[in-house]
Design a binder for this molecule. Structure first.
Ligand code: MV4
Length: 451
């Protein structure tokens, strides 16, 4: 029975996980770096322990220190959140070896989905459509050029050990492919210790739509519908919404059933997300599987009424899923925007001292914050300082609430992307739900770079 959880993370997700633990009367342990001493999540926990200096290798990635604290504080389980160690298979295995419940899938499943080539291959064998491309790694640039003739440009060259857009490059010709193949393979070798590359046809005018899954240890799997995540900037999600304004009920059902079939094929357990690309004829293709809770999980919670962190803890406790697919319905429309401490045009991080911070409140508004007023944003970590989630009966209602909330969102002392969010929410194409992966390029950068 899980009675005490160490949250091996920081910022808004650590605070959010602690909030659910409190509601479930589960004791919490926060771990923090020297730079995060005054962060809200630290004092929210029942106990807090210093990890070490701000550098992630000495703090949030310091596996030995985290496991040592877990033992000393008698934790039963570890919740990794997202990022950091959340998809680190050896960490998951070391937790299990230390007798701790890792709140996530088994390490070997994490490993399998972490190799994009193995994930693609596994999905293909499970009957899940994958983006047209290579089976397995491309051996060398000569083979790559041969394969490109079959696939046809433009092509997405991807590192197997990459993910979330890291180690990915569009190539439009043999010449570009030749240069990119060598440089990307070398970079993947350096960064990930694995230079294996694969190739996919670049799907133009596509939507990035992902399906949230929950799977218990008794073979039960449900999907919690989809999230539309196409509005990304350099593969960093900026605006996410549930449900997608693009797909039909029929496609939603097919994607959900396909995602469940995939999860069953790999023996997936706990919360997970399968990412698809959906083309303008609503054909969908497997992209990647994320074996962690995601930043944007809150919009799924708002339209289903579930607490995904609670479901994760119950699954890790060995409990049966209490919901079945027929119980799940989409109720309303939710949109999330990510608040970044960064320059809205150059996107350079903008750490510094926050003053006069006022966030909008209301029944249809949910804030997840990593910071407070009068707080120093550190340059050491991801510049996301919060999330603003709005809910509405309809998408138009949610957009109106979002517009109003952004107008009231005040943060001084640092630069933020709030002006970018306002521009996006005001955009006619956005309001019409015409949001493909080219949105930021076509409907934001074109505006700000001309002004
Ligand atoms: C693609 C793609 C188009 N064609 N793969 C983005 C991150 C990772 N999940 C994979 N991603 C994509 N893979 C093929 N074959 C489009 C995306 C993509 C994207 C690419 C560039 C800029 C923004 C994007 C937003 C979502 C998805």
């Amino acid at each position: 029975m899980i009675n005490k959880i160490l949250i091996a993370n920081r910022g808004e997700i650590a605070a959010r996980i602690i909030r659910t633990c409190k509601r479930l009367n589960i004791q919490t342990i926060s771990v923090y770096s020297e730079d995060d001493q005054k962060a809200p999540f630290v004092s929210l926990a029942d106990e807090s322990y210093l990890l070490g200096p701000a550098r992630v290798n000495e703090s949030y990635l310091n596996v030995d220190k985290i496991l040592q604290i877990a033992q000393e504080a008698n934790a039963d389980a570890i919740h990794p959140g997202y990022g950091f160690l959340s998809e680190n298979a050896s960490f998951a295995k070391r937790c299990q070896e230390a007798g701790l419940a890792f709140i996530g899938p088994a390490g070997d499943i994490m490993e399998k989905m972490g190799s994009k080539i193995e994930a693609r291959d596994t999905m293909q064998q499970a009957g899940v459509p994958v983006v047209p491309g290579t089976a397995g790694a491309v051996a060398n640039v000569e083979d790559a050029i041969e394969i490109a003739k079959k696939i046809g440009y433009p092509i997405m060259l991807k590192a197997s050990a990459g993910g979330g857009g890291i180690g990915m490059q569009v190539v439009q010709s043999d010449d570009e492919l030749t240069k990119a193949f060598a440089s990307n393979s070398k970079r993947a070798e350096t960064f990930f210790g694995n230079g294996a590359m694969f190739m996919e046809k670049k799907l133009e005018n596509a939507h990035h739509i992902e399906i949230q899954l929950l799977a218990d240890h008794h073979g039960n799997v449900v999907h919690l519908f989809e999230r539309e995540c196409s509005i990304q900037r350099r593969n960093q999600k900026v605006v996410e919404e549930a449900p997608s304004p693009f797909i039909s009920e029929r496609t939603r059902k097919k994607m959900g059933e396909t995602a469940i079939k995939a999860a069953q094929a790999i023996g997936y357990t706990n919360a997970g997300t399968i990412e698809f690309l959906v083309d303008d004829s609503e054909n969908f293709y497997f992209l990647e599987m994320n074996t962690r809770i995601q930043v944007e999980h809150a919009i799924t919670e708002e339209i289903t009424g579930l607490d995904i962190v609670e479901e994760q803890i119950r699954i890790a406790n060995g409990e049966l899923l209490k919901i079945n697919q027929d119980d799940l319905k989409i109720n309303g429309h939710a949109i999330e925007v990510r608040i970044y401490a960064e320059d809205p045009v150059t996107f350079f991080p903008s750490p510094g001292h926050i003053q006069n911070m006022h966030v909008p409140e209301g029944d249809m508004i949910r804030n997840e914050l990593a910071v407070t007023d009068n707080y120093d944003v550190t340059p050491f970590y991801d510049p996301m300082i919060g999330k603003l989630i709005v809910i509405g009966k309809t998408r138009d209602e949610a957009i109106a609430t979002l517009k109003g909330a952004l107008a009231k969102y005040k943060i001084e002392g640092i630069k933020t992307n709030i002006s970018m969010l306002k521009t996006i929410v005001d955009d006619e194409q956005f309001k019409l739900g015409i949001t493909t992966t080219a949105f930021v390029q076509d409907h934001y950068l074109t505006k700000v770079q001309t002004n």
